[in-house]
Design a protein around this ligand. Structure first.
Ligand SMILES: *Cc1c(COP(=O)(O)O)cnc(C)c1O
Length: 402
């Protein structure tokens, strides 16, 4: 008998939906044209890209010509940060962002700092939600961009973008949001949040990997990251990833038509998992605000449990989850998000992110609730034994045993 596999790591990536795969398939085979060609093959590809642009723009309440396709969330974030700063005039330039951004924004901001740009990283309290007042107080006369993520990838916490958008508008400062974890999970309206740039990625909403989009409000002064052609209205050169773009479009269409049902169903499963853990396992707490949160994410701190050992132990029982950002898995450093919201390094290392998705079933959650308490008990017993033997190495030995 094969082991049951339960995938609770949808914030790292999601499986491609069958309808998305079906929509992409012709563009890997007979409809293989280059969208820049004037012949029939080229025009088939071009038509497909423009249909996808329409589908993406509808999810965001944007205009189709405000959507540029990219290679994913990381490229969209980098294009927004570098592109706005490079296009801005003035000797000294300043960017406001937050301490809980994804590395695609944080590391781009750090690279800008090495080029002489000043960056303020607004701090965030235990709620995992940034205070718009703190964003406003960080603004300087030379601020050219505010970049605040929509929903945090580790906690799911949703940021007060409407307020921040109003502040940015009032001060005439460009406003970017990394909406990779929001798209397809909660409604997005670029007019309501008054955002000028918005990043998204197909593989976080049941589309393929390696494709994404950057919404750029009409009239925004943006320099491209790459040079080589006039594709995507000069914002992103290079022969378009037609099957990927078609997949992103389809994923957006499905997400938009099922948003409310899907959020209610997944939210109920997440709550069942979270309540089940909190009620049966002592020493467990939810990290971050529980109300203003994407419906699919639960980040739970398990006292006296080493997160890495926990993830491995659950994997051996067929359950996939994560200690936080996928990019920092394997690294010894605790998550920058968890430390930013005030968790100690030890607490940060004992936090686990469960992220549900379109294909998570009630049976998956019941299985997880069967397995998790026993695994926690085992890991705590090991940790207790180890600390009795060597009081200083509470957690380290537990991960060696795993
Ligand atoms: C996954 C993710 C990204 C990066 O997107 P890729 O398409 O994987 O490059 C950026 N920001 C957030 C919040 C993410 O979750």
């Amino acid at each position: 008998m094969t082991m049951r596999r339960v995938y609770l790591d949808n914030n790292a990536t999601t499986p491609v939906a069958p309808e998305v795969y079906e929509a992409m398939s012709p563009y890997l085979r007979e409809d293989f044209g280059n969208a820049s060609s004037i012949h029939w093959f080229g025009q088939r590809a071009k038509g497909a890209i423009e249909d996808a642009r329409e589908q993406v723009s509808k999810l965001l309440n944007a205009r189709a010509n405000e959507v540029a396709f990219t290679s994913g969330g990381t490229e969209s974030d980098n294009t927004a940060l570098f592109g706005i700063v490079e296009a801005a005039r003035g000797e000294s330039k300043h960017v406001v962002t937050t301490a809980i951004e994804h590395h695609a924004v944080l590391h781009a901001a750090q690279a800008l700092e090495r080029r002489g740009v000043k960056v303020s990283y607004v701090r965030v309290g235990p709620s995992g939600i940034v205070d718009p007042g703190d964003v406003e107080r960080a603004i300087r006369p030379e601020t050219v961009l505010i970049s605040v993520m929509y929903a945090n990838n580790e906690l799911g916490t949703i940021q007060p973008l409407e307020e921040i958008g109003r502040i940015a508008r009032k001060r005439d400062i460009y406003f970017h949001t990394d909406a990779v974890q929001a798209a397809g999970k909660i409604p997005i309206d670029v007019e309501k949040i008054a955002v000028d740039l918005l990043s998204m990625s197909a593989h976080k909403l049941n589309g393929p990997k390696g494709v994404g989009a950057l919404y750029v409000r009409r009239g925004t002064a943006l320099k491209p990251l790459l040079y080589g052609g006039s594709h995507e209205r000069d914002r992103r050169p290079g022969t378009e990833n037609v099957p990927g773009i078609v997949g992103l479009g389809k994923a957006c269409e499905i997400a938009r038509t099922h948003l409310a049902d899907s959020a209610a169903r997944i939210g109920a499963l997440r709550d069942r998992l979270e309540e089940g853990i909190l009620q049966t396992i002592p020493g467990t707490t939810v990290v971050g605000d529980r109300a203003s949160r994407t419906p699919n994410t639960a980040n739970i701190a398990f006292e006296r449990v080493d997160g890495e050992a926990f993830v491995i132990a659950l994997d051996l029982r067929g359950i996939a989850c994560s200690t936080g950002a996928a990019c920092s898995s394997g690294a010894i450093d605790p998550s920058h998000v968890l430390t930013a919201v005030g968790r100690s390094p030890a607490e940060a290392r004992s936090s686990i992110r469960f992220s549900l998705g379109k294909f998570t079933s009630a049976e998956d959650i019941e299985y997880a609730l069967e397995v998790i308490p026993a695994v926690v008990q085992q890991l705590r017993a090991i940790a207790a034994r180890v600390s009795a033997e060597a009081p200083d190495s509470r957690f380290s030995a537990a991960s060696k045993h795993a």
